[in-house]
Design a protein around this ligand. Structure first.
Ligand SMILES: Nc1nc2c(c(=O)[nH]1)N[C@H]1C(S)=C(S)[C@@H](COP(=O)(O)O)O[C@H]1N2
Ligand SMILES: [Mo]
Length: 206
């Protein structure tokens, strides 16, 4: 009981810290730790066998190994993470390479408007290219100052802060440029094609 009272006074109602209400979209509560959300098992990847490919509607296909990826200009940011199952974690620190840096190596063709991301666990999810190119979207290899834990996507995951967490593909190995929008795994199973937490786009009602 004492612990609950203390938690409430630290995190407030629905876990939202004082002054942070405008950071938390409707229907979300704040969790201090980053939960793990895996469809199945965490694939065992090493940096030696990890590769990231950019294919589809591009002028030239690109395949980056770990060294080539790390040689690209890096970026870091501190952003909030919102999962559709209603938890939000504020102030996650990421380090990695901007998604726009990676995709521009392949020169997307003018007709490319959407992106399909693939994870080594077989996971897929779609994002529109305009969002993918936003400066806060990155391929992250560090979280809160440490290499990603296996469960959080080691060695590299995507982070799309302005979308629900399911768009942030972990163990990411593939980027496919597409002219038409296609649903990924969760989008095929009822989740929203866009998934903007500020519009509460959790499920598609089509
Ligand atoms: N490859 C892959 N990426 C994934 C998932 C997954 O099961 N497989 N789960 C998604 C979901 S639903 C969320 S909320 C976030 C969770 O990230 P976390 O486990 O690091 O908290 O990863 C997303 N990326
Ligand atoms: Mo999620």
């Amino acid at each position: 009981m004492e612990i609950i009272r203390r938690m409430r006074s630290t995190f407030g109602v629905r876990g939202i810290p004082e002054g942070m209400h405008d950071r938390v979209p409707k229907g979300q509560y704040v969790t201090p730790k980053m939960p793990v959300m895996n469809l199945s098992y965490a694939p065992k990847l090493s940096t030696a066998d990890w590769k990231l490919s950019v294919r589809g509607l591009v002028e030239r296909e690109v395949e980056l190994d770990w060294d080539a990826f790390l040689a690209l200009p890096g970026m870091s940011e501190v952003v909030d993470f919102h999962c559709v199952t209603q938890w939000s974690r504020l102030n996650v620190a990421w380090e990695g390479v901007a998604a726009s840096t990676v995709v521009d190596l392949a020169s997307p063709k003018p007709e490319a408007r959407y992106v399909m991301l693939r994870g080594a666990d077989g996971y897929t999810t779609n994002v529109d290219l305009e969002m993918f190119r936003e400066p806060d979207v990155l391929f992250a290899h560090k979280m809160d100052g440490e290499p990603l834990e296996p469960n959080h996507g080691y060695p590299v995951r995507l982070v799309v802060p302005a979308r629900y967490g399911w768009k942030s593909a972990k163990w990411v190995t593939g980027v496919e440029l597409m002219a038409e929008n296609r649903p990924g795994f969760w989008e095929t199973n009822g989740y929203h094609m866009r998934g903007d937490p500020w519009r509460e786009e959790r499920f598609s009602h089509a």
